[in-house]
Every structure is written in structure tokens, then in C-alpha cells.
Ligand binder design. Structure first.
Ligand code: C2E
Ligand code: CA
Ligand code: CA
Ligand code: CA
Length: 277
């Protein structure tokens, strides 16, 4: 048993080294990945819960590594954040998505995820607004999804709030993403005016067979209503989930049931099919 333990320890040690090597490699290979054409965007529809009409699309980043294949954003975004590459990558995403949105119906929203790290750039808001202007996109069509950690950058808190406010002043909307999972959600709600709360997928996935998750989702709907802030649910995969969310008054839904993230060509085909364009 003793030698077995040693083997196990060695196995974990090796696995850890392997993991570290992989992270190091991915971090290195991120450099120039955009220029080599390895990055692309997919777009997932956001729908009106009542009519199920598409109201816009969330841009989600994809990386196809030439040797390792598809790398999940959960894996490479943190590496882009720690290496500082997220700044240029984030602006590239915004540029691509805004260019894509020119082919969408006039009213369709473009939702972009912003990394907390991007707020270190003093001119983030100005850069994003300049991009929108260059693409002839009214800021009213833009939604910026920030996770709760973005509002918790300690001493940077005022800078973050300032950037968010600058975007809002021009008509863009700020969405609190993954709502319910962050630390101090309610403090953030109190100190800053969000235009939408997006309930985290983990609660939606669990709500049918986990009563506490259902209570949380339902309470968030009530909270949104009393604050006058629209709520959206992500990760909606079943009709049962949709029915419950509608009953609880969620105005917006998103998830595989409504549509998976798709390449721009497919988005345009389905929009044309639905008579949107
Ligand atoms: P997120 O912003 O919470 O995005 C939702 C994630 O859930 C996406 O994963 C989406 O593909 C997935 N999803 C949507 N509907 C369903 C569903 O019904 N069931 C299930 N199981 N999953 C669903 P994805 O694309 O892998 O992105 C993961 C995370 O990576 C995102 O979470 C976001 O935090 C981050 N990310 C993606 N693109 C960007 C980007 O351009 N910039 C930044 N900063 N972060 C990004
Ligand atoms: Ca998001
Ligand atoms: Ca989310
Ligand atoms: Ca997330």
C-alpha cells in the first residue's frame, strides 16, 4: 500500500507538471493567434421569453489551436488575462462582433463579454465607443456583460464604475453576468445601476431538481422586478425550465433550447429564415 501511495503521488506530480506545461504552451501560443486566423466568434441568440423572438446575440470567442484543436474559453481567457493579451483580444472581439452586427436587423443587440482585467485600460470605454461609431452602430444596440468580480477590483473600483458609467451615458447597457455566483452581489446592486441581471446557468440547470436553486432563481426574478431591472436566464435547455422561467416573469431567456452559439453565416441564414432580415 505504501508503494501504491508513492505511485499515486508521482502520478499527480506528473499530471500537475503536464498541466503547467500545457498552460505555458497555450499562453505562448496565444500570441499571434488572431493574426494566424485561429480565433473566431460564434453568436448565441437571446430571446424574448414570451414571444421567443430573437432580440440579439451574445458573441462568444473560439480558439482552434493548430495542433491541440478547440480550446475552451474557460481555459484560455484566464491565460490571456494573466499575460495581458486580453486587452487587444477583447478589442478584436468587439471589432469583429460589431462588424458582424451590421448585417443583422436594425434593432438586434450585440452582447459582448468584458473581462475585469480590461478595465485596467483607462480608455476602454472610449475605445469601445469609437469602434461602435466606426461601424455605424448606435450604442443603444450594445450590451456589455461584466461578471461581478469586475466591480470588485478593490482600489480600481472607481475606475471600473467610471468606465461602465461612460458606456451607459452614451446609451449602451451594462449587464451583470453570472448573477448569483459572485461575492457581494447585493452590494454591487446597491452601488451601481445595472441595466440587466443575467442569472447564472448553474442555478437554471439545477432548478428543476434542486429546490434551493429554484428559490434563488425565483427570488432573483422578484428582485429584478422590484428594482425595475430586467432579468435574463442563461443555460435554458428544456421546455420545463422555460415554462417555469416564464411563470416567474423572466423577460429574457438564452440557452440551447432557444439556440446554440453559431457561426455568423448560420446566424444570418436563420435570421433570414425567420424573416428578421
Ligand atoms: P458566459 O459569458 O457565462 O457564457 C455562457 C456560456 O454558456 C458559453 O460558454 C455558452 O456557450 C454556454 N451555454 C450557452 N447556453 C448553454 C446551454 O443551454 N447549456 C450549456 N451547457 N451551456 C450553454 P463558452 O462559449 O464556452 O464561454 C465560456 C465563458 O468564457 C463565458 O461564459 C465567458 O465568461 C467567457 N468568454 C467567452 N467569450 C468571451 C470573450 O469574448 N471575452 C471574454 N472576456 N470572455 C469570454
Ligand atoms: Ca456572458
Ligand atoms: Ca454567464
Ligand atoms: Ca461564465
Amino acid at each position: 500500500a505504501k508503494s501504491e501511495g508513492r505511485h499515486t503521488a508521482r502520478f499527480f506530480d506528473e499530471a500537475l507538471k503536464e498541466e503547467t506545461r500545457l498552460r505555458w504552451r497555450l499562453s505562448r501560443d496565444l500570441e499571434g493567434a488572431v493574426e494566424r486566423g485561429e480565433m473566431s466568434l460564434v453568436y448565441q441568440p437571446m430571446a424574448d421569453a414570451r414571444t421567443l423572438r430573437v432580440i440579439g446575440y451574445e458573441a462568444l470567442l473560439r480558439w482552434r489551436h493548430p495542433e491541440l484543436g478547440d480550446i475552451r474559453p474557460d481555459q484560455f481567457i484566464p491565460l490571456a488575462e494573466s499575460s495581458g493579451r486580453i486587452d487587444s483580444l477583447g478589442l478584436w472581439v468587439a471589432d469583429q462582433a460589431m462588424a458582424a452586427a451590421r448585417g443583422w436587423p436594425d434593432h438586434a443587440i450585440v452582447a459582448l463579454n468584458l473581462s475585469p482585467v480590461q478595465f485596467r485600460q483607462a480608455d476602454l470605454a472610449a475605445d469601445l465607443l469609437a469602434l461602435a461609431e466606426r461601424h455605424g452602430l448606435a450604442p443603444e444596440r450594445l450590451e456589455f456583460e461584466v461578471t461581478e468580480s469586475a466591480t470588485l477590483l478593490g482600489h480600481r473600483r472607481d475606475d471600473v464604475l467610471g468606465a461602465l458609467r461612460a458606456l451607459q451615458d452614451r446609451g449602451a447597457r451594462i449587464v451583470m453576468d453570472d448573477f448569483g455566483t459572485g461575492y457581494s452581489s447585493l452590494g454591487n446592486l446597491r452601488d451601481f445601476r445595472f441595466d440587466k441581471l443575467k442569472v447564472d446557468r448553474s442555478f437554471v440547470s439545477a432548478m428543476l431538481d434542486h429546490a434551493p436553486s429554484a428559490s434563488i432563481v425565483r427570488s432573483i426574478a422578484a428582485l429584478g422586478e422590484s428594482l425595475g431591472v430586467p432579468v435574463a436566464a442563461e443555460g435554458v435547455e428544456t421546455e420545463e425550465q422555460l415554462a417555469l422561467l416564464r411563470r416567474w416573469g423572466f423577460p429574457q431567456v438564452q440557452g440551447y433550447l432557444l439556440g446554440r452559439p453559431e457561426r455568423l453565416e448560420s446566424v444570418l441564414r436563420s435570421a433570414a429564415y425567420a424573416g428578421m432580415i
